[in-house]
Write a protein that binds this ligand. Structure first.
Ligand SMILES: *Cc1c(COP(=O)(O)O)cnc(C)c1O
Length: 463
């Protein structure tokens, strides 16, 4: 997180307001490879290119705003996770971060599995040919219809989130003549976000069954008795945008403790544990994410050590990265519409999208990096707030950033690392048309999710 006050003076503001920003980078034209997709660079004219294509060309062909996704980068990251965890573990991509049929095919080809959490995500996965046994179904309130579809499809696991669901899934599976593999999702008393993890107030949330008070053990006890269920493991997901492995350490310790109790009580060693997702990415240069191989090594060591001391066979580990795979692979391309300097404050830069294509800033106070991408500039940096075009003053895309002082309407800017939780959380607020996702690779671009049209909007309006 960038948290330093009063950077060196940009010309547009004599007095800089308090804010959460670092000093401007030495060179505003530079693109930090930590933050931008792998193939992002600038051509000889200073225009940013990705997958070998200039953003000016992408804007002309596909319009703005648009999410531009670097397919090679996505495949690289997916493969890095797969390779890091090896054949004794499974990597489930969390589809809620961003899901489309092209993405499902890439994951399938790269050997990853897939988490879904709704009938819509399940339909997308199945329609793109993801084998059902490689799909896990999540959610704290799956409808009976969703459960039935998942069981009928033959999903590899349903992750059970409540006592009611134990009975519900068992009943549906049994009535279909199936024995459904399930994991029980527990809350281990750790909640991790970004740099810190909190070991109190963690069980006060809607997901999972608390380990505390013996509830998780009771859930396993009940599930083991039901013919419709095959209990294959325990699931724990502790948070999001995590950089520090200590939260996982505590979680693994407690999950293994439960496995040991289950072995002692029932004489069964459950074969799997899932440690969830939540691994952080660099939204700004101040963030330092771990590499997949470091994460794999740390998690495997923790689980192996804990199992050895509990004299348990080491279970098969699975993880569920969403953001860490897709987040850094895409940026949002916008055209600047207005530039409004407010004396002594900052300059408001309005782009042609906003909270409808990126709600994270309004929702979580998320930080982002933004750059002028249609040209380079040697102008002095100015402190800006990049805002959208919606009728809402909280419609902020990037709260505090520096852009060149000669920024003007018609310039293209890009906001980095918008691959996760932007298109998937996009809305039609103000009847905005949700932007397309354009995948680029080796000099070729193709639309994988098209831009919405007014016809799309009006089709739903049957009044
Ligand atoms: C959201 C979620 C994930 C993915 O989280 P990221 O922060 O995108 O890695 C994984 N597992 C579960 C159960 C989730 O709810």
């Amino acid at each position: 997180m960038s948290r330093s006050a009063h950077p060196a003076g940009p010309r547009h503001a004599d007095v800089l307001p308090e804010g959460h920003y670092s000093a401007p980078a030495d060179d505003l034209n530079a693109l930090d490879p930590k933050v931008w997709a792998h193939t992002v660079g600038r051509d000889a004219d200073g225009v940013v290119t990705v997958g070998g294509i200039a953003v000016t060309q992408l804007a002309e062909e596909y319009g703005t705003p648009a999410y531009i996704l670097d397919e090679a980068d996505f495949r690289d990251r997916a493969r890095a996770w797969r390779t890091a965890f090896g054949n004794d573990a499974d990597v489930f991509y969390a589809g809620k971060a961003f899901l489309s049929r092209a993405v499902v095919r890439w994951l399938h080809e790269e050997g990853l599995n897939l988490d879904v959490c709704s009938a819509g995500e399940l339909a997308t996965a199945l329609s793109a040919g993801m084998p059902a046994e490689r799909i896990a179904f999540h959610g704290n309130n799956k409808s009976p219809e969703e459960i039935e579809r998942a069981v009928r499809a033959g999903v590899g696991r349903i992750v059970i989130d409540s006592f009611q669901e134990i009975v519900r899934v068992a009943h549906i599976a049994q009535s279909l003549g199936r024995r459904q593999p399930v994991q029980i999702r527990i809350t281990v008393g750790v909640e991790a976000h970004t740099h810190e993890f909190i070991a109190t107030a963690h069980e006060d949330q809607k997901f999972g069954i608390p380990l505390a008070g013996g509830q998780a053990a009771e859930a396993v006890r009940r599930a083991l008795q039901l013919d419709g269920l095959e209990v294959i493991g325990i699931h724990s997901h502790i948070g999001s945008q995590i950089f520090d492995m200590s939260g996982f350490e505590v979680a693994a310790h407690r999950v293994v403790g439960l496995l040991k109790d289950i072995r002692d009580e029932h004489g069964v060693e459950l074969p799997e544990i899932d440690l969830g997702g939540g691994l952080g990415i660099a939204y700004t240069s101040a963030d330092d994410p771990r590499e997949p191989h470091e994460i794999a090594k740390a998690l495997t060591e923790i689980v192996t050590r804990e199992c050895e001391s509990a004299r348990l066979r080491t279970p098969r580990i699975s993880v569920e990265p969403g953001r860490a795979i897709v987040g850094p692979t895409a940026f949002t391309l916008y055209e600047v519409g207005t530039v409004k300097p407010l004396d002594g404050l900052r300059t408001y830069v309005s782009v042609d999208g906003g909270m409808s294509d990126n709600i994270r800033t309004a929702l979580y106070d998320a930080e982002y990096s933004v750059a002028l991408v249609s040209r380079t500039s040697d102008a002095e940096p100015m402190l800006v707030r990049v805002v959208g075009k919606h009728c809402e003053s909280g419609d902020i895309v990037v709260k505090d950033a520096f852009l060149p002082g000669d920024l003007a309407p018609g310039d293209l800017v890009a906001v980095a690392a918008t691959g996760a939780y932007c298109r998937s959380m996009a809305s039609n607020y103000n009847h905005a048309l949700r932007p397309p996702v354009v995948a680029v690779r080796d000099g070729a671009a193709r639309v994988i999710v098209r831009r919405e049209t007014e016809d799309d909007l009006l089709r739903l309006d049957v009044g």
